[in-house]
Design a protein around this ligand. Sequence first.
Ligand code: EPU
Length: 419
Amino acid sequence: MDKLLITGNGPLQGEVAISGAKNAALPAIAACLLSAEAVHISNIPAVRDIETALQLLERMGCRVERDGTHLSVDASQITSVRAPYELVRTMRGSILLLGPLLSRFGEADVSLPGGCAIGSRPVNEHITGLERMGAEIRIEAGYIKAKSVRLRGAHIAFDVPSVTATENIMMAATLAEGSTVIENAAREPEVADLAIMLGRMGAQITGAGSNTITIEGVPHLHGATHRVPPDRIETGTFLVAAAATRGKIRVLDTNPAHLQYVLTKLEDAGAAISHGENWIQLDSQGKQPLAVNVTTAPYPAFPTDMQAQFVTLNALAEGNSTVVETIFENRFMHVAELQRMGANIELQGHTAVIQGCERLQAAPVMATDLRASASLVIAALAADGETSIDRVYHLDRGYDNIDAKLARLGALTRRVSTS
Ligand code: EPU
């Protein structure tokens, strides 16, 4: 198990290139199961969740070839439709295999992901959506066992706009008979990107990126080439790290259009932001950030995946703030760790009430989930002394070489193995 040692070393400065988005690459990889022809995907990030997804595909009989950030998947010879618990439990995104497997092979056997650190995370929307399309689904020994002849189009209205449920139903509907309408669909850029990729494979989808998506089923999808868009949460994480350390950085290979809400909040925090088509510059002009209130909500509002990072920013800001989490019921595990570093935060239900301070102090802390880990890294960068962050495997699930990228921005980071 690795530990990350970070010594606060003043403002971050320089340029950093952003990797492909984990949460766009995962559905793109699942979509490869929909075709018997090879699919080629570029800009794949080097993160552990992607390794897990590829292991799952290989166990199913897919031929997977990886060359740096390029990936080719050939799903012509599938030997199993099972996604086993030992892999699924490490990555909830595995639920994305359910729709494609069922739609193309008429059968799927996907382990229930179970709870996770950030909340109970049910999958009822995935299941009832597929049932409306004619699937027979049983839960047996912890597995979702789904069967159908050919799925048929249906009108599906989500109670909550779930990102992966929207992606799952959209993928399943591409090969269904007739048309499917998803109401109250998630509008995240990753959903819109998946629709672009499926369109390249021959799917007929309109409305992705809005809250109503229509899919006309087709008999087959073919091979295609697709590039994963930049990771908006990695981008936001580096920008917050620069603001928290009173630095100035330029983030390259990114898409500012996917981060408008976050960029506005960073401006409210006192940072000067400028951007071009594929870069963003943040200059904090050496000043302490100002406290900003944020409330998480589905896209295009403030993302839950940036909540933890903004808790740290506010802990280091001038003034008081509140951060409200409305998506996941238990996504404040970082607060107790930040308190150990001297942060003044009080949790009141789903709200963190934060009193900002000038500096944090280094301490041994523990990563509990992916974005919580990122908030601890940012805190460590702005703390006096050397912070040791345990269980960094959480960070490696979703950040591509974060310590090397931070080192290039002037951070003092060191990875040590504790096992
Ligand atoms: N929900 C239900 N029923 C369902 C599905 C979801 O009630 O069947 C609820 C959840 O409990 C939650 C809300 O709907 O309260 C939204 O959850 P959603 O399903 O949208 O989350 P997800 O699809 O499981 C994706 C990302 C998460 C990100 C959320 C919200 C992937 C692989 N994961 O998860 O990413 O936080 O959307 O934007 O795309 C991360 O990268 O750190 C991460 C956790």
